[in-house]
Write a protein that binds this ligand. Structure first.
Ligand SMILES: [Zn+2]
Length: 365
């Protein structure tokens, strides 16, 4: 096929563009590493980014496992927290320019909500959403990229696509935690650990972290949790009540989708008090709650990405990291090249603590 030149503003990128991507072809199976083609040109509001780093988030584990039911988009690209640089922009994109360093995120920010791109691999159509990050290049919607400073550390910046903005955001934007208020965080994966950091930043006390996985609790302690509860052998409600004068925590954050944990967490708040559901439950799950407590003003609220406003929060949280108020680097426990992404997925499935990240042009851990 003759190569055509791009109808894009930028550095003269040539389409079709071929690059490596991890493709979800089948649930409960390893991701397939494929050469994927974007034919071009960029459509209105689309941005071509060279992805440098991507986090592996619990959401992708759910997609791989198929826990939300039948996936009608297979085969498709995935990943929703990344960092990189803009290569070219499509018509009417005004927010960013080629060369800009950006965070790729799933929550909508300012800018055009463009059509999701279509890719091909071996002549087969490969679907993608408005943002994907398990790929060397990504065609993303203008409203899913946010510019960061030219000297920002891209390795840590990928966490601002989801884990950091969701975890810190649920504390600051949604729960609006005040100094001296009690916070209990169920589930200490990437988002839960960032919520622990957010709670310490907000000067909450006590900050209680709960999980079944000891290494995750050790990280929570490192990030400032004042009490950790090993849910595999300790009574969560008893422990929380013991340090909150029997009342329960004023703010309960549920960073897991496990319905049993959600049920337990819903009992853990004070009355009045608030419970925020951050983790995504499996399709069709049901929980039982005590309606009298709801009547007495215990609120059960869903968190949508920590109430993140990307254009406001991403630069703000990056500054919190740069001034040492939150620690993004300490969240990263391993970096692997894209070709070995399935090792990171397996690590998460087997209960690794902290965030594994994918380094697109890296060869070693
Ligand atoms: Zn995520």
């Amino acid at each position: 096929m003759a190569k055509t030149s791009a109808h894009a503003k930028g550095n003269g990128v040539k389409f079709p563009l071929t690059f490596l991507a991890a493709v979800l072809e089948k649930n409960k199976a390893p991701l397939a590493l494929r050469e994927v083609v974007f034919k071009g040109p960029l459509a209105r509001g689309q941005v071509l980014a060279r992805v440098r780093y991507s986090g592996i988030c619990g959401k992708q584990i759910e997609e791989i496992q198929g826990s939300r039911g039948a996936d009608r988009f297979l085969p498709h690209l995935l990943g929703h927290e990344g960092s990189g640089a803009v290569v070219a922009v499509g018509p009417e994109v005004t927010k960013i320019r080629p060369g800009d360093r950006v965070v790729l995120h799933w929550v909508k920010g300012a800018g055009i909500d463009a059509e999701p791109p279509l890719y091909q691999s071996g002549g087969v159509r490969v679907n993608a959403g408005w943002v994907t990050t398990f790929n060397e290049y990504a065609v993303v919607s203008e409203n899913r990229v946010t510019k960061i400073s030219d000297d920002a550390d891209l390795e840590i910046a990928c966490l601002l696509g989801c884990a950091a903005t969701t975890g810190v955001g649920v504390i600051l934007n949604e729960a609006k935690v005040e100094p001296g208020e009690s916070v209990a965080i169920f589930g200490c994966g990437g988002v839960g650990l960032m919520a622990v950091q957010g709670a310490r930043l907000a000067q909450a006390t006590p900050v209680i972290a709960l999980d079944k996985n000891r290494p995750s609790l050790d990280m929570a302690l490192k990030f400032g949790a004042q009490l950790v509860v090993d849910m595999s052998r300790e009574d969560a409600l008893e422990k929380i009540r013991a340090v909150t004068g029997g009342r329960g925590a004023q703010h309960v954050i549920v960073a897991t989708g496990d319905p049993k944990v959600i049920e337990l967490a819903a009992e853990a708040s004070s009355v009045p008090g608030s419970v925020f559901l951050v983790g995504v439950p499996p399709a069709g799950a049901k929980i039982t709650v005590d309606p009298f407590r709801i009547h007495c003003q215990r609120t059960l609220t869903g968190s949508f990405g920590g109430g993140c406003v990307p254009d406001r929060d991403i630069p703000r949280y990056l500054e919190l990291h740069e001034t040492g108020k939150i620690k993004l680097d300490a969240m990263i426990v391993g970096a692997i090249p894209l070709r070995r992404i399935n090792e990171g997925v397996s690590a998460l499935l087997s209960g690794a603590a902290g965030r594994w990240i994918v380094k697109m042009d890296g060869e070693s851990a």
